[in-house]
Design a protein around this ligand. Sequence first.
Ligand code: HEC
Length: 119
Amino acid sequence: MKKIAVIISLLSFYAGYSSWVYTYGTSCSIAMTEEAKQGKLLWQINNCQSCHQLYGLGGYMGPDLTLVTTTKRGGEKYTRGMLLNGGARMPNFHFTGGEADAIIAYLSYVGNTAITITK
Ligand code: HEC
């Protein structure tokens, strides 16, 4: 009888802890704008993730872009230049100005939702 009580209490702790872990902190107070959603789509269609990381996840040929628009080293102007012209190894995707703006809006959303100690 004692064993069953221990098992039941362990299972209920496990269930409670699991539901807390899977629901805590998953909501985000920053909404993604329509432009940023468009940028996310362009990010996915062009498979930027194969070479770049966001939030530390992705390919390793290019740099992590989580903070590229939100820190001084990068910034929106710099990012725009890279998107419109490509780089030594970064392909030129021939984006229009509007498409570049949308990708910048998406990368800014990513930068503003990232939890980091280096900001
Ligand atoms: C084939 C790999 C590859 C793909 C695909 C790729 N990139 Fe890059 N990207 C690079 C590399 C490598 C660099 C570093 C600069 C260089 O060597 O040209 C870079 C640099 C950048 C930079 C400047 C980052 C910095 O910190 O200097 C931005 C912004 C960028 N890429 C955005 C994108 C976006 C947006 C896409 C998708 C539309 C994309 N890249 C797709 C390889 C890639």
